[in-house]
Design a binder for this molecule. Sequence first.
Ligand code: ADP
Ligand code: MG
Length: 362
Amino acid sequence: MTIEFRGVTKRYPDGTVAVNDLNLTVDDGTITVFVGPSGCGKTTSLRMINRMVEPTAGSVLLDGKDVSEGDPALLRRGIGYVIQHAGLFPHRTVLDNVATVPLLSGWDKAKARKRAAELLETVGLPAELGKRYPAQLSGGQQQRVGVARALAADSPVLLMDEPFSAVDPIVREELQDELLRLQSQLGKTIVFVTHDIDEAVRLGDKIAVLRVGGVLAQYGTPSDVLRHPVDDFVASFVGRDRGYRGLSFLSADGVEVIDAERVEVGTTLPGPNPGWLIAVNAGGQPRGWLPPNSTVDGPVTEDQLVAGGSLYQQGTPIRGALDAALSSPASLGVVVDAEHRVLGVVKAKQVLEIIEATPQAS
Ligand code: ADP
Ligand code: MG
C-alpha cells in the first residue's frame, strides 16, 4: 500500500506548527524512516496516517484514497501501531494483549488467542510467555509483544513510533534485525519514526529527514542522504557522532567494508570533520588521510594530509587487510578495487576475528 502526504500541515491549537506542508510518498512494501531531532514533527506526521491527529491542511492518502473519508476507528483498527514502551495493557496477559485487535474485530476468543499465540512465535517469543503480564517481561520482550500486537491487525501498513528507543543498544540491535527479518517475509509498508540516524540508516529503504518546524529537509535512500546531504542541517544531523558509521557491505572473503567518508583534494569540506577522512584524487584513488578537525576554510591541500598505510586490494589475501588497518593512522584499512579506487575501509578487529575464525585464511 502506498501512503501519500499531499501538502499536509498540522498547526496545534496553541499555534505550534508541528508539520509544515509535507509532500512525500511512502512506497508500497518498503520501510520508510522519519528521522530528525526531538520536536520536529515525526510523531505528528505518523499519527496523521491513522487519524490520531487530523491535519489542518492537506490530505493523507492510502493507495490513493483520502483517509479522512472513512470511519477513524475502523481505520485505526486496520493499521498496526507500535510505540515506545510497547503501550501494553498492564492488567491483561501478554496473549490477551496481542489478541486485542482480533477480538475488537469480532473474532471469538479461542480463535483470537490461537492467532495471538502464532504471532508470539512470529516475533520470536516462547508460547509460555503468553500467560504472563507485561510487567513480568524484559523491555525487549515487551517491545516484541508490541510488534506482535501490531501485526495482529493483519494490515498492510505498520506504523512504529520510536519502538526501540527505550531498550539497551544490544537488545535494540536484535529487535532491528528481527524487524528486518520479519519484513523480508511480510513485505509490509512500514513507517518507522526515530531520532537516531544510525537506526534510520540501518532500517530504512528510504529516510525522510525532518527539521524542527516540521519541514522535510531531505527524502532519499540512506546512501543518498549520507553521501549527498542537501544542506548544512542534514549534513550535521547525519554527521553527528558519525565516525565511520555508514553503509557497509561484506566482501567475498567476509570482510565488512564500511562506506568511508572521503574528501577530494582541491575541494572544500562542507563542515568540520570529527573523524579521519580519506583524501582522494579526482579518480577516487587515495592520496592520504585528513586528520580530524582540520580547517574547513579553503580547499583541502596535499600538505594537510597524513600519509596512509598500505592499501588492501579487494580479493587479495585477507592478511593484507590486517596490514592495511594496522598501518593506517586512522586504524582503518583502506580497501581499493583493481583500479585502486577507494571502496571503503575495514577495521583491524573485524579482520582479526575473521582470520582467527578461519586459520587457513591467513
Ligand atoms: P517529534 O515526534 O518529532 O518529537 P512531535 O510531532 O511530537 O515531534 O511534536 C512536534 C511539535 O508539536 C513540537 O513542538 C511539540 O511540542 C508540538 N506538539 C505535539 N503535540 C502537541 C499538542 N497536542 N499540542 C500542542 N503542541 C504539540
Ligand atoms: Mg515523537
